[in-house]
Design a protein around this ligand. Structure first.
Ligand code: UDP
Length: 457
């Protein structure tokens, strides 16, 4: 825990005798914020029950204060945790059907024992709205991406009929054709429309939306969503400022990366990570490797096992690469990312702009090299480069020579101005979480909102 404990109780919280059921989507970028939210609400006096799928089940031993119930998802036997973007849409749509029965049974059983005040589910668990309705239980959704991606998604999904006329114009004006192509078609187009449509529709039917962001960062989107969804929005984030993501990590974090960083000069290291899902081909991996080598910068590179197609881990590293970079580079399977970004040796973050990574970078005042793949990532990246001006766009498919020059340029020239702007954004985050700040107030509003619901048995 860190300095923002001040917004929360530091001793064992006084229970308000209200039970909440939380249902995370079983992917790293969704599990982290949901379990952080659970810890925040626990500190506010709520009893927490987590329903989770067998697939990617969270590490319960890190949360002795919560009750866990697992349900079968129909996926576990055939998947090994290394889903790529193409299969993720299908997996989520599939689980939205396969989990209906086990989830309903599990929730109904819980209600038989003790009353529950509210269900908090990931917005991508769209099937849960009708389950909650059938049990007369209020449902609040947690949206683990940026607020700004909602108007963009809405534009693609409902087009002309969208309620987001004004917002669309502003948000879309920012986006290039290439960005739009990536949001809509990147990874796999199949199943994406079904997923986004259902997510938007069932979010509108919920009783509130919790966002892992703060109002000042995305004010236009906040205003548009508050108006058009007609349900309260609670931007109470960044959650990791209250509780780190390390306890909900599905992979073991290699702490040797911190020891390696301890030996590097201040602001000298490029941290490279593309999150928990993104995959790349061998050719792309080779260009990235030579790009990093050509930049002549120090780097800490997270290469997730299975993230390079056809390779277990580093077999695709080009010949001569290790000799070329020597002590200048460190490659790990998974890193304690928040701690890495907070380390004084980090100079910039080459990221896919998953929302957690983007927020974690903002909170540590680290400028970004943005190479988004799909979903909300191109939108987050466009905000980082064009609105907050704390990042530069770089196509991951770029050739090694250009990549090397770009990285060098960011580390040596452009980086310092971006770093200054990043630091001032970091200040804004801190202010919003202090008493009187917007995130602090939103958290109070969320607690009041939940306490206003009647309990259901
Ligand atoms: N992460 C980590 N170690 C790593 C890489 C990532 O702990 O080596 C964490 C990171 O801090 C973030 C999450 O994994 O909280 C990734 O979420 P994000 O939304 O950035 O991307 P996704 O994995 O959903 O694409």
């Amino acid at each position: 825990m860190n300095n923002h404990e001040s917004a929360l109780e530091t001793v064992e919280p006084r229970s308000n005798n209200r039970r909440l059921v939380l249902f995370p989507l079983p992917f790293q970028g969704h599990i982290n914020p949901m379990l952080q939210l659970a810890s925040i609400l626990y500190t506010k006096g709520f009893k927490i029950i987590i329903i989770h799928t067998d697939f990617n089940s969270p590490n319960q031993s890190n949360y002795p204060q919560f009750t866990f119930r697992s349900i079968s998802d129909g996926l576990s036997k055939s998947k090994d945790g290394s889903l790529n973007l193409e299969t993720t849409n299908h997996a989520i749509n599939f689980m939205n059907k396969s989990c209906i029965e086990p989830f309903t049974v599990c929730l109904a059983k819980l209600l038989e024992v003790e009353p529950v005040t509210c269900l908090i589910s990931d917005a991508l668990w769209y099937f849960t709205q009708s389950v909650a309705d059938s049990l007369k239980l209020k449902r609040i959704v947690i949206r683990t991406s940026s607020m700004s991606c909602i108007p963009v998604y809405e534009a693609f999904v409902v087009g002309e009929k969208s309620y987001f006329k004004t917002a669309i114009k502003e948000e879309l004006a920012l986006m290039t054709e290439k960005d739009i192509e990536k949001v809509y078609k990147g990874g796999s187009e199949k199943g994406k429309e079904e997923l986004i449509c259902n997510m938007i529709k069932e979010t509108k039917a919920a009783s509130g939306i919790i966002f892992n962001t703060f109002k000042e960062l995305e004010e236009p989107a906040f205003l548009a969503i508050s108006q058009d969804f007609q349900i309260p929005s609670f931007p109470i984030g960044p959650f990791h400022k209250y509780f780190p993501a390390s306890s909900s990590s599905l992979l073991e974090q290699d702490r040797s990366s911190i020891l390696w960083l301890d030996k590097q000069p201040v602001s000298s290291v490029v941290y490279v990570s593309f999150g928990s899902i993104a995959q790349m081909g061998e050719a792309e991996f080779t260009e990235m490797a030579w790009g990093l080598a050509n930049s002549k910068q120090r780097f800490l590179w997270v290469v997730r096992p299975g993230s390079v197609s056809g390779s277990q881990w580093l077999e695709s590293l080009p010949k001569g690469f290790k000799e070329e970079v020597g002590e200048r580079g460190c490659i790990v399977k998974w890193a304690p990312q928040q701690e890495v970004l907070a380390h004084q040796a980090i100079g910039c973050f080459w990221t896919h702009n998953g929302w957690n990574s983007t927020l974690e970078s903002i909170c540590e005042g680290v400028p970004m090299i943005c190479s988004p793949c799909s979903y909300d990532q191109p939108i987050n990246a466009r905000y980082a480069t064009d609105v907050w001006k704390i990042g530069v766009m770089m196509d991951k498919k770029m050739k090694r020579e250009e990549t090397g020059i770009s990285i060098k340029c960011i580390m040596e020239k452009e980086g310092s101005e971006m770093r200054e702007r990043s630091k001032s954004l970091q200040e804004k985050v801190n202010q919003s979480m202090q008493k009187g700040g917007s995130a602090y107030q939103s958290l109070d509003d969320l607690v009041d909102c939940i306490l206003s619901f009647s309990c259901v048995m």
